[in-house]
Design a binder for this molecule. Structure first.
Ligand code: 9D3
Length: 248
């Protein structure tokens, strides 16, 4: 996948590919990332890309013309018909389904807003989707774009060591993860759950599913609304809940 990011802080955005999965994605050739400086498309000698809001009020608004020129340059560089995604507090909430959907694209243009926002006429004319990370205030879209790049990069073919670990992900099955343990076998007097030492892989898989269901029920009951549980899962969750009452 090829991604072009349009930003006032392109050097910052490119850092996302210096570590972790996005770096591996670049190294295996699954991802190419280029961040372009919106000021290069300002069209004026002062590299100004914003102006005062019509109607008054505080702050500045990003002008339509530099944004349009930067998107056009990114499209020329990418070829094809890339989707244009605006990172914005007004966007749809970005989640794993969005990551999976974006990972199918050949190429993407991510736009990072700053100041009070972008001229709405540009948004209407050029933006395909607006995505938000959630209900909190960032100072701009750059970190949000980096989050999207990280979440998408690890889904690209050839990036994860085993394709299996992507399927085991929390959220890809709609559940939270089960708890994890490593050595030592006893820490502060607490032993690792016996089943994990049993070598009985079917029993371990059942225990993990039961814990995943139970943790989701405890911490994120909203996630359970969205999924169909089969007979085994319903039984395991029922067991978890009755054990909770006894232990709690
Ligand atoms: C102080 C300005 N705010 C007035 C109520 C509006 C506002 C404008 C621009 C708030 C934040 C921003 C910059 N944020 C983003 O560009 C952004 C964002 C976010 O703030 N939260 C969650 N997801 C995202 S994606 C892009």
């Amino acid at each position: 996948m090829r991604i072009e990011v349009i930003s006032l802080f392109p050097e910052w955005v490119e850092q996302v590919a210096r570590h972790g999965m996005p770096r591996i994605a670049v190294e295996v050739g699954a991802l190419s990332l280029h961040a372009r400086d919106l000021r290069d498309s300002s069209g004026n000698r002062w590299r100004r890309v914003d102006d005062r809001p019509y109607g008054g009020g505080p702050g500045m608004v990003m002008e339509a013309e530099p944004l349009t020129a930067a998107v056009a340059a990114a499209k020329r560089s990418l070829g094809g018909a890339p989707r244009v995604v605006l990172m914005s507090p007004q966007g749809e909430r970005f989640d794993q389904r969005w990551a999976e959907r974006l990972a199918q694209e050949q190429s993407l243009i991510l736009l990072c807003g700053r100041y009070e926002g972008l001229d709405e006429r540009f948004v209407q004319a050029e933006v395909d989707f607006e995505l938000s990370l959630g209900d909190f205030v960032l100072s701009g879209g750059e970190l949000a774009a980096m989050v999207v790049i990280d979440a998408v990069a690890r889904l690209l073919p050839g990036v994860l060591g085993h394709a299996q670990s992507a399927e085991n992900d929390s959220f890809s099955n709609g559940l939270l993860d089960h708890p994890h343990y490593t050595r030592p076998e006893t820490w502060r007097g607490q032993a690792v759950p016996e089943v994990l030492l049993s070598g009985d892989h079917a029993r371990i898989a059942r225990w993990r599913l039961k814990q995943a269901l139970g943790q989701t029920w405890l911490k994120r009951p909203d996630l359970l609304e969205g999924i169909e549980l089969d007979d085994e899962a319903r039984t395991l969750l029922g067991e978890f809940i009755s054990e909770q009452r006894v232990n709690g």
